[in-house]
Each structure stands twice: as structure tokens, then as C-alpha cells.
Design a protein around this ligand. Structure first.
Ligand SMILES: Nc1ncnc2c1ncn2[C@@H]1O[C@H](COP(=O)(O)OP(=O)(O)OP(=O)(O)O)[C@@H](O)[C@H]1O
Ligand SMILES: [Mg+2]
Length: 736
């Protein structure tokens, strides 16, 4: 192979007689439900598939410690469980709990459920499907999942996989999480914002609910830290995995990791035995580009190599496209020809939890895009940076799940040991936490400074969040949640977007703003196939609105609806049908929440000159802190923070307005503003005078322009007062 690597240690215990204790009689006994021929959950006879899977399940390492686990759970309120990747934590532990736990409440009035959180949607969905299959029930019935804007559960659901963010949302309406008697926080090592808040919250809830059990799980956890946090909760370790994973390192540093990854894929495909490949890269563009190159290079080999199915995976890919990672590898072209192979190129969303049947090879360049937040500039950016050792172990753990695997790390062994941090820095310390603060306030936690965070956010980050929420009117000057804040907190949107939606009925444009919110909540709807780029650009130009991208999105949505949600209309116009369908669904869900708060759906007359003005004003009411001003130099500067920024090339704005509001400030090759719309300076001081108060304004061109606008406004007000007094004193004269 061109990438020279020395064969390295087998990092994981190879399963042999010694590695996994033999099953003893007690833990061989499966529960009553499994011994019966009838499935207790749906009253139907078990299918053959159930028994087939059961045999495999019984060989998973966690099964050997089933009794021990159940006893520990019975004796303790909180339990920390660390078991290697693929040992059966996510799929088996909730089922063990289900088999033994009394789901009916003591007064027999309620039925309890078990929740198992996942940091990512793909994982929550796929694990729920697998467990439904293992339990021989239909997904959405006894086993379901809940992710933002998609609830696949029913009144029969007893085991729910859900994103940590969704559980947090549930806590807002049910502060004691009364419907659950066991909550499992899975993949706790990821330390996502929501998991960290849940940890603190559940610790509090448990004081009021001694019956609520908590299991914190991961393969790569700083167990002692978690034990310390949970006042000495017992730690259970599950050694062993079903299949070994061999780790290989490169001998020297790879300059171009994308090129090295592609080269390794080709070498595996041409030289290694059958088995699918999972490659980790950092972002959408890089992944799409790598997929193209891999297809092209494999195509160059003709029939001398097996057929390949190359599939991208990243978070903004529509869910249906994400499901393609579970498609089977293509069959051989000829009976004795080389085997087909599936090659998945993914961001770190495939790093934890997922089992993709058939994956044998993992390629890990050791990098990922990580969120970084600078509270001073209020910019959250995604920076490509080295992963942690915990992430590297998770990545290698995607191989060896259904058969032995190999992981090719495109970095040296020395850099693994000396260059990588052992854990990923908690997200709460590198994110904008405005939404989290709002959630905590809604949960009744007023003293945020003393909230029991495992690792608290930086004080400046907390101040920034409080400041934003106060400017929005979601918190009053004492830091208490206002009525507006309560409504915003119920909307599954960022606070600024929530505010614009809540304000929109007053500006008579809630129908349109709701559509814009829905379009902003789904992945990019525009498609640009490589072979039809010109046609796609022309199609996109037809939707373009002169005032900017938000209104362009509104045009797309309106046209889609006017064409009766037609799929062929979508393909003719180079917009993704599934994305628009999902936007429609999001819109309906948001509309239901609006109805709960009596926020009416209304529109200004399309022919009125205020039609677009009202929409833009509503947007500004939420995003007044995200405004940029065009300087005489031709550059945009963000207002107050004075960062030089550029309009993103994807923007449909074909001119440079003096003032723009933006939805996102992203840093890639440059500082870019994405999704921008033209607004007027006068509106800034009319709609958010508390923010555009020039006393606290840094010296800049924007300030001078605003000063003039204030003066103009004062003059106007003076004239109006004079007119009014003239009218009052004269009593007869009517002035316009
Ligand atoms: N969809 C699936 N298809 C086939 N086998 C599966 C599937 N899901 C799980 N398995 C089997 O069950 C095993 C345990 O999976 P599970 O997700 O419970 O492990 P885990 O301990 O949670 O791993 P991780 O730490 O990586 O999340 C897998 O290694 C695999 O053998
Ligand atoms: Mg798992």
C-alpha cells in the first residue's frame, strides 16, 4: 500500500475463551417473556427472525453481566456503565430493564416508560429500529424514537430512544419527567450541551423522585469524574467485544488527509477481502468531493474490481438520503467476479452508536469539525481540529460489530498517544448557550451561576446569553422569564427565530414568517448536480428575490405549494422534494404550537407595498443583533462587533445593500454571512432602540449613519408635534 503503515497492536480484546466469561446458568436464563412463544408486547407469536437475533444477542458481552447489572440497578439510584464499543450497551441494556421493571405505577394509574438518549438523530432512529426488530415489534409501537420535528412513538410505547435535546424539551413541560422510571443517558462521553444540562437536571429531579433510576453509559468515559459528580455512584465495567478490531497507523504524518483517505479506500477496494468501508472526513463539501473522486477512480479500474456503492453522510443531508448508508453493498457483476463494496464517507455523525452491518474497514484521518464559540465576537464557528482519543476509539469501534474489522488511522501511533487529548472538550464550553439558558429558565432554574454543571460554561458566555435574551425581551432586567420568553422557549427554534415568529402576527405576516422559519429549519433545498450546474443555477435564479435569501426561500416554498407539492415540479426546478416536504411538516408542527399560544396566522395583502416590509420587520425583531453595515471601503462590518464579513457566495442577493440582517455568521475560508436580507437603517432604530442605543456604541461608520437617522427621526417627531399643537390651537386647520 502507498500509505506505509506498520501493523499495530490489537487494541481491543480479541474474543476468546479468556476474554469473555462463559455464560453461567443464571444469565443464560432469559426472562419469562422470551421463554414464552407469545410476545408479551403485542400478543403475537414470535417470528423465526426473533429467535435468530436472540441467539446472536446472547453472545454479546453485556449479556454475561445481565444479572449483575440488574442487581446494581435495583440497589442504586444511579449507575455508571462503561463497556467497549459493540458490547451491547445501547441495544441490550434498555431491554434488560424492560424485562424486569414494573412499568405500572403503584396506584396502577400510569404506565412508565424507559428513555434512552442519543446525541444524534441518525443514531436514535437506527438504534430504535434495530431494537424494535430484536423485540419483534413494529417501530413506533412498543419501541419508538423521538427527534426534533419527528415523533415516532405511540401510546403503547414503553421504550423510547430520543435525542438528548428532545428529552430536555420534554422536561420543560414535565419537569419531573414523571412518565419515565428509568432514564439512560447514552454516549455521555460526547458531553453535548443537552447531555450536560440533563446530567445536572436529573441529579436535581432524582432528589424529588427517589424512584427515578439513572444509567449513564459510554464506551469511553472518564468514569471517575462521573462517579465523583454522582456522589460515588457505582461503576460497572463490561469487558470484551464480539469481534476484534485491528488498528493500523501510518509511519509518517500525512500532509493531505483527504487524498490519503481516498488512496486508502482504493487500496482496500483493490487489495483487501470483501467488507464495506467507512471513511471519516470533516464536512459536506469535502465529503461530496471525495465521493466523486472515489467513484471516478474506481471507475477507472473497469471490471477488474468489484462494483462500489459510494454514499455520503452528513447532518444536513435529508434524512431519506442518510438512510442510504443502510442499503446493501452491490452484488458481484459476474458469478466469480470480485465482490461489490459499500463505501460510506461521513462526518463524525457516524462516530458513535451506529451499527452499519457489513462495515469491516474504518479509515480515520483523525480530524473533525468542532464548534468553537467566541463570546466576545458572538461568533460560533466550525474549525477542523484533531479529534480526541475517545473519538478515535469510537471511530474504530464502528468496525468489528458484525464481523472482525480493521481501522486505518492516517496518523502516527506517536501522535495518537502524545498529540490527541483524551476527551473532547464539553460542548457547553465552546458554544453559544442562549437557548440552553432559556431552557433552564423555563425549567425553573433561576440561579444559573450555582447550577450543578459538571463543567460550567465560561462566565462571559453566560453573560452573553443573558444579554441576548434580555435584548430579545425573553428575560426581564432581573433575569426572570417574561411571557414572551415562555412562548419562545416552547418553540423548537433558536431564540431569535422564535421571537420573529411570535412577533409576526402583530405585523400581519405570520403565514409568511412561519414558512421562512420552516425553510430555515431544514437542510438546504437547492440541488446542484454536477452535470447540470448551469440549469440548476438558472432555476435557482428564477426563485431569487431582490431583497435577499429569506424571501428567496419563501418564494420556493410558495411555488412548491402552488404546484401542489408536486415531486416532478421539484426535480424540474432543482429543489429537493423531500426537503420541502419536511419543511411543510415542520411548518405544520410550528403552527400547532402557535395555535396553543393563540398566535394567529395572517398575511398582509400581497399587492400591498407593506407585504415584504412587514415580513422583513418581523425578521428584524428577532435578528436585530445580527446586522451588518456596508462600509465605504466596500466591506461589510458586523454592527457593534465590527468584524469584517463577506456575503456568502450562495447568497441570491445581487446587490450590496447598506444594511443586511443575517441568519448565520460562519467561518470557512473567510468570515461569511449566510442567508442575508436587505433591511433599512430606519427600522433598526424604530424596532430595537434599546440595542441601537448609541451611548454604548463603538466608533464606526455605522454609528455615524445611525446618529443621522436618529436626528432625522427627532426632526420628524418635532414637526409632528408642531403639527399636532397647531391643529389643537387652531382647532380648524387640518394638516396632512
Ligand atoms: N442494526 C444492526 N444490525 C446488525 N447487528 C446489529 C445492529 N445493531 C446492533 N447489532 C449488533 O449488536 C451489537 C451491539 O450493538 P450496540 O449498539 O448495543 O453496542 P454498544 O455497546 O452500544 O456500542 P457503542 O459503544 O459503539 O455504541 C453490535 O456490535 C452488533 O453485533
Ligand atoms: Mg451504543
Amino acid at each position: 500500500m502507498g500509505v506505509k503503515r506498520k501493523r499495530k497492536v490489537i487494541m481491543f480484546d480479541v474474543v476468546g475463551d479468556r476474554a469473555i466469561p462463559k455464560l453461567n446458568k443464571t444469565n443464560c436464563d432469559v426472562s419469562n417473556n422470551v421463554n414464552s412463544l407469545i410476545n408479551r408486547w403485542n400478543g403475537r407469536a414470535y417470528t423465526q427472525r426473533f429467535y435468530d437475533i436472540l441467539e446472536k444477542r446472547k453472545t454479546l458481552p453485556v449479556w454475561h453481566q445481565k444479572e449483575e447489572f440488574l442487581k446494581a440497578l435495583k440497589d442504586n439510584q444511579t449507575l455508571i456503565l462503561v463497556g467497549e464499543t459493540g458490547s451491547g450497551k445501547t441495544t441490550q441494556i434498555p431491554q434488560f430493564v424492560l424485562e424486569t421493571l414494573e412499568l405500572e405505577s403503584r396506584d396502577k394509574c400510569n404506565k412508565y416508560m424507559i428513555a434512552c438518549t442519543q446525541p444524534r438523530r441518525v443514531a436514535a432512529m437506527s438504534v430504535a429500529r434495530r431494537v424494535a426488530e430484536e423485540m419483534d415489534v413494529n417501530i413506533g409501537e412498543q419501541v419508538g424514537y423521538s427527534i426534533r420535528f419527528e415523533d415516532c412513538t405511540s401510546s403503547q410505547t414503553v421504550l423510547k430512544y430520543l435525542t438528548d435535546g428532545m428529552l430536555l424539551r420534554e422536561a420543560m413541560t414535565d419537569p419531573l419527567l414523571g412518565r419515565y422510571n428509568v432514564i439512560i443517558l447514552d454516549e455521555a462521553h460526547e458531553r453535548t450541551l443537552s447531555t450536560d444540562v440533563l446530567l445536572g437536571l436529573l441529579k436535581e429531579v432524582q432528589k424529588n423522585r427517589p424512584d427515578l433510576k439513572l444509567v449513564v453509559m459510554s464506551a469511553t468515559l472518564e468514569a471517575e469524574k462521573f462517579q465523583g459528580y454522582f456522589c460515588g455512584a457505582p461503576l460497572m465495567k463490561v469487558p470484551g467485544r464480539l469481534h476484534p478490531v485491528e488498528i493500523f497507523y501510518t509511519q509518517k504524518y500525512e500532509d493531505d488527509y483527504v487524498e490519503a483517505a481516498i488512496r486508502t479506500v482504493i487500496q482496500i477496494h483493490t487489495c483487501q477481502p470483501p467488507g464495506d468501508i467507512l471513511v471519516f472526513l470533516t464536512g459536506e463539501e469535502e465529503i461530496e468531493d471525495a465521493c466523486r473522486k472515489i467513484k471516478k477512480e474506481i471507475g477507472n479500474f473497469g471490471d477488474s474490481v468489484g462494483p462500489a456503492l459510494v454514499v455520503p453522510l452528513y447532518s444536513t443531508l435529508p434524512p431519506a438520503m442518510q438512510q442510504k448508508i443502510f442499503d446493501p453493498a452491490p452484488s458481484r457483476l459476474m458469478p466469480n467476479g470480485p465482490a461489490g463494496r459499500k463505501i460510506i464517507v461521513s462526518t463524525n455523525i457516524a462516530e458513535t452508536s451506529l451499527t452499519i452491518d457489513g462495515i469491516v474497514y474504518v479509515i480515520d484521518p483523525g480530524l473533525a469539525k468542532r464548534k468553537v464559540y467566541n463570546p466576545r465576537t458572538r461568533v460560533e464557528s466550525l474549525i477542523v481540529s484533531p479529534i480526541s482519543k475517545a473519538s478515535a476509539n469510537q471511530r474504530s469501534g464502528r468496525a468489528g460489530r458484525t464481523q472482525p474489522g480493521k481501522c486505518f488511522r492516517l496518523y502516527t501511533e506517536k501522535s495518537f498517544h502524545n498529540g490527541l487529548q483524551s476527551e473532547t472538550c464539553p460542548e457547553i464550553q465552546r458554544s453559544n448557550i442562549a437557548n440552553t439558558v432559556l431552557t433552564l429558565k423555563k425549567l425553573g432554574i433561576d440561579d444559573l451561576v450555582h447550577f450543578d454543571f459538571m463543567d460550567p460554561p465560561a462566565p462571559e458566555t453566560l453573560m452573553r446569553a443573558l444579554e441576548l435574551l434580555n435584548y430579545l425581551g425573553a428575560l426581564d432586567d432581573e433575569g426572570n422569564l417574561t411571557r414572551l420568553g415562555e412562548i419562545i422557549s416552547e418553540l423548537p427554534l433558536e431564540p431569535q427565530m422564535g421571537k420573529m415568529l411570535v412577533v409576526s402576527p402583530e405585523l400581519n405576516c405570520s403565514n409568511e414568517v412561519l414558512s421562512i422559519c420552516a425553510m430555515l429549519s431544514v437542510p438546504n433545498c437547492f440541488v446542484r448536480p454536477r452535470k447540470a450546474q448551469k440549469a440548476a443555477d438558472e432555476a435557482k435564479a428564477r426563485f431569487a428575490h431582490i431583497d435577499g435569501d429569506h424571501l428567496t426561500l419563501l418564494n420556493v416554498y410558495h411555488d412548491y405549494k402552488q404546484n401542489n407539492d408536486d415531486q416532478s415540479w421539484c426535480s424540474e426546478n432543482f429543489v429537493n422534494y423531500r426537503v420541502l416536504k419536511s419543511a411543510d411538516n415542520v411548518r405544520q408542527q410550528l403552527a400547532c404550537i402557535m395555535a396553543r399560544f393563540n398566535l394567529k396566522l395572517c398575511s398582509t395583502d400581497l399587492n400591498s407595498r407593506n407585504y415584504y416590509i412587514n415580513i422583513k420587520k418581523a425578521m428584524l425583531s428577532g435578528y436585530f443583533m445580527q446586522v451588518a453595515h456596508l462600509e465605504r471601503t466596500g466591506n461589510y462590518l458586523t454592527v457593534k462587533d465590527n468584524q469584517v464579513v463577506h456575503l456568502h457566495p450562495s447568497s441570491r442577493l445581487n446587490h450590496k445593500p447598506e444594511w443586511v440582517i443575517y441568519n448565520e455568521h460562519v467561518f470557512t475560508s473567510k468570515d461569511f454571512l449566510r442567508t442575508v436580507t436587505d433591511v433599512r437603517g430606519e427600522w433598526l432604530i424604530d424596532m430595537a432602540p434599546h440595542y441601537f442605543d448609541l451611548v454604548n456604541f463603538p466608533h464606526c461608520e455605522a454609528k455615524r449613519v445611525l446618529e443621522k437617522l436618529y436626528k432625522k427621526k427627532e426632526r420628524k417627531a418635532d414637526i409632528n408635534t408642531k403639527k399636532l399643537s397647531f391643529r389643537v390651537t387652531s382647532g380648524t386647520c387640518i394638516l396632512v
